[in-house]
Ligand binder design. Structure first.
Ligand code: F55
Length: 837
């Protein structure tokens, strides 16, 4: 109602005290100095850049907290339906620059810190990335939070507060990836608010016994109890007061240490159980696209889903509604299968604690959850061994068996006597051991299931969930093509381009950054020579910024007049960094074979790679080693180094991406057709005026549809052919010398030791010479031809810039605002709600 009685004391005095930092420079410097002296207990004479960053962050935080508070109060008062985004990964990157831009305070802070003797750029650079994610899936979650707040949607994120995020990547002198811990919390983190009072107990192990009293209830007792403590991260929207919440859970022992052991003099034993509790949120698992079946990972998943659901339900209960109204107030989005345990957990709560009957509980569950699939690669589909589940979560295993029983009865009713179908669709995969198929559980427990690009969603419907489409009907299975936030991925990482766009469109950033389709207004300017010159000059300065970064971090001097060709993403065979590096070697050999005169006509190219390999992924690590050694040889060759150089940028991260992406002329998205669900960096490059060379895969297809096929460079076999080709590989293999002599030659040069001990690379080369599951040899010639087209097109600088402008103009669809609004409208039924100024 907005007219509640003031809770305590004199309302006027309270209100007078409730002020953020005023937004003029004088107030900002005052607040900054105040934080230096009080919060940090430091002084002008001993304040370094790190301290100054912290003071600036604390002062920005003061404003965020007030906005956050007003937002949460509004949500509580108006009680709208809310959505919760459950993700085991939030790859947030840095916060200060983003917060300054979203609040519209960047210029003021820049001036303010300058008056105090600092440079804002240096301060921004002191912040450590919050790298609580592996790659695309985690970064998508971060973009969706930014868009939810910017579009004023009542959405909270729930995740884990890992003490260590994704490992730091070091490259040894031989070119091997080494992993080091990422101690991102070593300097205190100004962006989180510990809520030590918001805590829940989470049980593991113990005994589950059915009551057998005519109800489906059971009691679950004993085992280990761990405390989940909330840390809140404020998520400011762009040019709005709305500031949403990301709640991250930290695990800690229920009691400091085990008193029984302690009293018996067993001090090690006494702290052991407390260590095991703290271990749950100690580290992010660094695997993408493989499911590992490790107990600690299962405990992470349950710990997080149980704490999140308890918190969500406590908030719901404060509304005083009937428990059956849950789906009218709550939508829960499952980011991949990692939070699927939320489904049996909600069943457990509704049945064991709330005493609902099975069908009513299942109906509530079925109208609350939504499941997004991010991959169709078989090795990535999560399965949990039944014995492990029975041990760690005995009650949930019972519930999963019950869900499966009712489900298979329904399948049998619809397809009588079809035993194959029953075993295909069972939540339990037979085998030694039996395993729980989490994607199937997520599917049948959710109201809707979606893939992340059109092609991928089709593959979900026709491959991994085909039987489920036949059983449940097609309308449950949709698509929401991924998006990226134009705040971070244009305005923040490419401020000059963003300013030029605003000036040209004559539209405020507060408008077009939130309605990205407005970029279409740039189209006519592709024909404006002056505009093209400004456009090209900005790209050039972004290339120089990257060259400066490489110079200061790696000590290499880069030719910024060459074409910058970039492939940055997790290392994986399906993403085919190998195809790229083999193409580089081919180019090198071709250059070497040319006369100096002939070489002069060749386009100069600098090839950048960056990305981490999962620590146990041997072939991916070998690929890094090959890239590093190819770079070492090629960059030192006086015949060719003017024309071709290669760099592997170590320790790829969100903030490194922010430097690389705006500098790219061309970027590579070259997965085997049908394997990359969407890709999102493809969108980031195109939004920054880089062109794309890629396969007909994932969101590349929709990007081409939007920007026009003439503005992307496609190559390679198409998805429907991939399976046939693999079949041919198996049963009618053609020797690589016959199939692709150019590639055979490249592989032989590697074996022959051109890039160091050839034997080292044999296991990698074997994957190509023998099974070639990812079709490197089948796509190689077409790939080289596509790169030749890129060279050709780049020769005509005017045409190239036109393509670049037209591409950016047509990228509006790929804003994560569009994507999140699709989820809100078509899936969650959640509406925007504005927070009074
Ligand atoms: C992380 C952990 C596990 Cl166990 C499995 C997968 C991952 C992971 O990081 N997946 C991932 O990043 N998937 C990517 O999701 C993006 C967002 O939807 C897609 O664009 C991309 O195609 C997909 O590979």
């Amino acid at each position: 109602t907005g007219k509640e009685k003031w809770p305590r004391g004199d309302e006027k005095i309270w209100k007078a005290g409730m002020r953020g930092v005023d937004t003029d420079v004088a107030s900002i410097t005052k607040s900054f100095v105040n934080h230096v002296q009080t919060s940090l207990a430091r002084q002008a004479h001993n304040l370094d850049d790190l301290g100054a960053y912290q003071a600036a962050a604390l002062s920005v935080r003061d404003n965020l907290i007030l906005n956050w508070d007003d937002t949460q109060l509004t949500y509580t008062r108006k009680a709208p339906k809310r959505a919760y985004y459950l993700s085991l990964e939030f790859l947030m990157g840095r916060t200060l620059d983003n917060a300054l831009l979203n609040l519209g305070l960047k210029d003021q802070y820049k001036d303010g810190v300058k008056e105090l003797g600092f440079s804002i750029e240096d301060l921004l650079d002191k912040e450590r990335d919050a790298a609580l994610g592996n790659g695309g899936l985690g970064r998508l979650a971060a973009c969706y939070l930014d868009s939810s707040a910017s579009q004023e949607l009542p959405v909270w994120g729930y995740g884990l507060r890992y003490k260590y995020g994704i490992f730091q990547q070091l490259i040894s002198p031989e070119g091997n990836q080494l992993e080091a811990p990422d101690p991102w919390l070593d300097n205190q983190n100004p962006w989180e608010l510990p809520r030590l009072d918001v805590a829940y107990e989470v049980r593991f192990y113990g005994q589950a016994e059915r009551l057998n009293d005519g109800t489906p209830r059971a009691s679950w007792t004993g085992g280990q109890e761990v405390l989940a403590v909330a840390y809140d991260v404020m998520i400011p929207g762009c040019y709005t007061k709305t500031t949403n919440n990301l709640r991250l859970w930290e695990s800690k022992p229920k009691r400091g240490f085990d008193l029984n052991s302690f009293n018996a003099g067993n001090y090690e034993g006494a702290i052991e159980s407390s260590n095991s509790a703290a271990a749950i949120t100690s580290v992010l698992y660094p695997n993408d696209h493989t499911s590992f079946g490790k107990e600690l990972r299962l405990k992470q998943q349950y710990f997080w889903t149980a704490a999140s659901l308890a918190d969500i339900l406590r908030r719901f209960k404060n509304l005083g509604k009937s428990i059956t109204e849950i789906p009218d107030y709550i939508a829960i989005q499952l980011n991949d299968t990692h939070p699927t345990l939320a489904i049996p957990e909600l069943m457990r709560i509704l049945i064991d604690d709330e005493d609902l009957d099975w069908n009513k509980a299942w109906e509530i569950v079925n109208n609350t959850f939504f499941y997004t699939n991010h991959t169709v690669l078989p090795e990535a589909l999560e399965k949990w061994p039944v014995p492990l589940m029975e041990h760690v979560l005995p009650r949930h295993m019972q519930i999963i068996y019950d869900i499966n029983l009712f489900f298979l009865q329904a399948v049998e009713k619809k397809f009588p006597g079809d035993r194959d179908r029953l075993s295909r669709m069972s939540l339990i995969e037979e085998g030694f051991p039996k395993q729980v198929r989490m994607a199937y559980l997520a599917c049948i427990g959710s109201k809707k299931v979606n893939g992340v690009a059109e092609l991928h969603s089709d593959l979900v419907r026709t491959t991994i969930l085909k039987d489920f489409v036949e059983f449940e009907g097609i309308s449950k299975f949709g698509n929401v093509t991924n998006g990226i936030t134009p705040r971070r991925w244009l305005d923040q990482c490419n401020p000059e381009l963003s300013d030029l766009i605003s000036k040209t469109l004559k539209v405020e950033k507060s408008v077009w950054l939130k309605s990205l389709d407005k970029l279409e207004g740039l189209l006519p300017f592709a024909e404006d020579a002056r505009f093209r010159r400004e456009w090209a000059a900005i790209k050039q300065r972004n290339k120089e910024r990257l060259a400066h970064y490489v110079q200061t971090t790696l000590g290499f001097t880069i030719n910024t007049h060459a074409m910058f060709d970039v492939q940055i993403k997790r290392l994986h065979e399906y993403k085919r960094q190998t195809l790229n590096i083999l193409g580089v070697i081919h180019r090198y050999l071709t250059l070497k074979a040319m006369t100096p005169e002939a070489r002069q006509k060749v386009n100069h190219r600098v090839v950048f790679f960056a990305g981490k390999a999962a620590p146990a992924y041997y072939i991916a690590k070998l690929t890094i080693r090959l890239i590093v050694n190819v770079a070492r040889i090629i960059n030192a060759d006086p015949d060719t180094k003017e024309y071709l150089t290669v760099y592997f940028i170590p320790d790829y991260s969100v903030s490194v991406a922010e430097v690389l992406i705006p500098a790219s002329d061309i970027s590579q998205h070259i997965s085997t057709a049908g394997t990359e669900a969407s890709g999102t960096s493809n969108m980031k490059f195109c939004l920054n005026g880089g062109l794309l060379v890629g396969t007909v895969d994932g969101a590349n297809i929709e990007i081409a549809e939007s920007v026009g096929e003439s503005n992307v460079f496609f190559f390679g076999h198409l998805t429907p052919d991939v399976e046939d080709i693999r079949y041919q590989h198996m049963y009618h293999p053609i020797p690589i010398e016959e199939k692709c002599p150019a590639l055979a030659n490249v592989l032989n040069k590697i074996s022959g030791g051109m890039f160091g001990d050839g034997g080292v690379y044999e296991p990698l080369l074997k994957t190509i010479r023998q099974v070639d599951y990812y079709l490197i040899a089948d796509d190689f010639d077409s790939y080289i031809a596509a790169l030749a087209m890129v060279d050709e097109a780049y020769l005509d600088k005017t045409e190239w810039i036109k393509k670049s402008i037209k591409t950016v103009a047509k990228m509006g669809k790929f804003s994560s605002d569009r994507a999140i609004l699709e989820y809100a409208e078509s899936y969650w039924n959640v509406e925007a709600i504005s927070v009074a100024k």
